[in-house]
Design a protein. Sequence first.
Length: 214
Amino acid sequence: MSPSSHLPGPIEVERKFVPGPEVEKSLCALGAELVEEITFRDSYYDSPDLRLTLNDIWLRRREDNWELKHPPQRGARGLNGASTQYMELTSSDDIICRVSEELGVPCPRNIESFGLNEFASFVTRRRRFQLPLGENSKTKVVVDLDEADFGFAVGEVEVLVKTQEEVEDAFKKLEEICRLLGVFRETPVQGKVSTYLKMNRAEHYRQLLEAHVI
Ligand SMILES: Cc1ncc(C[n+]2csc(CCOP(=O)(O)OP(=O)(O)OP(=O)(O)O)c2C)c(N)n1
Ligand SMILES: [Mg+2]
């Protein structure tokens, strides 16, 4: 299989928060609009030696679509302070190439043929809000309020940027929005997958902590 010829996609810069009872009121006060309400199942996969996730590579099937998140720079971590930066692959060919490289195996015909194990699977109900564009700003800011079916809720502020040079400003923007929403915390807030693993797969969770991935 030839490496993909298209340009890499945007960098997703995100900051998670604990959604308190006032968050919707705060979103409303900032002029945010509810733009989407969706429900989806995510199933996450790794090799038996956990080589993908221990290298901060997250392969999932969201409903019928395969997606792979990886840090923009090889060998680096996506978590930076309390924010994260990841790129997402959505083409099966690109995902196969990346997983083959990580596992050191030849490219199979399809993702299923890697024989990976599902390590987490849950349903999320998501409400997506969009903040109004600020004056002189073209940056679209999205806030997701997620409820997972294992009794866990988390919020996330997200912006998409095109280059690594824009990431620092994006981190600042996310911090500012969390302060405006009254949900700012210095330390990272754990997401759905980390929480699922802590509850259901303690040894996998321990190894991720030890590898400083989460
Ligand atoms: C705070 C924090 N978040 C994620 C990670 C790494 N990580 C763990 S699981 C994981 C994959 C799941 O990503 P996440 O953004 O938590 O899920 P979700 O919001 O449902 O996906 P989206 O719709 O945004 O694409 C990552 C990147 C980390 N180390 N620290
Ligand atoms: Mg997210």
